[in-house]
Design a protein. Sequence first.
Length: 284
Amino acid sequence: MQTIRQIVPLRETVASYRAAGARIALVPTMGALHAGHIALIEQAKLVADKVVASIFVNPKQFGANEDLGRYPRRESADARMLAEAGCAVLWLPGVEDIYPDGFATTVSVARVSEPLDGAARPGHFDGVATVVAKLFNQIRPDVALFGEKDFQQLVVIRQMVADLDFAIEIVGVPTQRDDDGLALSSRNAYLAPEDRARAVALPRALGVAARLIGQGGDVAQTLASARETLLSAGFDSVDYVELVDAETLMPLPEPTRPRRLLAAARIAGTRLIDNIAVAAADPG
Ligand code: PAF
């Protein structure tokens, strides 16, 4: 695997792949890699000939009181994992390669960026869309892969790609989970063992709620009870537990449309998110 830190050699390397007729995949990350990221690389290898992974801890997607300063940085371990997984290139830009002096553009995707994490973390999805648009233009991949764990992010990126005519296929990869069901996340590393054990209440509460709603249970009551379950299990606060249309993220989805249940909650100061599909109601 080549580790590249400058835009000129990046462009040359990608151009040489393209000249050889290779299909190129991009897996954008913020590092602190885990098996969820490796699943993205594995999937990328199935749909492309060359996989480029990027690591950039994007300051524009962190709010003023968020964890940018303590976000885990493990460059050498990450590079080893990516090389072992079969990545062709690790793109490691500096801040000046992404946001050079005078950088003045923000990509803002209306509507799908607004509810849920968009409401809880103002500006977050503008930061995500801006950096992903930049990475797309730097690498010009044929396909880019994102985890469903960040489900709203995936919807925002699909909308951006459609609106701005990026000729890039977007592939969503199912969430990878620990044996007890907790979604893999770089932020799980912040949890002390006792908080990590209690955090499993999040996927469990979503699983129960998705089943009840899929069986036609009362939505408002089920969501309220999922919030209560999280608080009684030791979460300090719940930002949201919401049922939305899986494509538009609008609330109160038609039971016959694809629906998604999303949640964000804090435990011992760490904010965890998760989501799960809800079975469509039988129209008959
Ligand atoms: O999902 C992430 O790790 C980040 O939001 C992304 C897509 C790499 C943009 O910084």
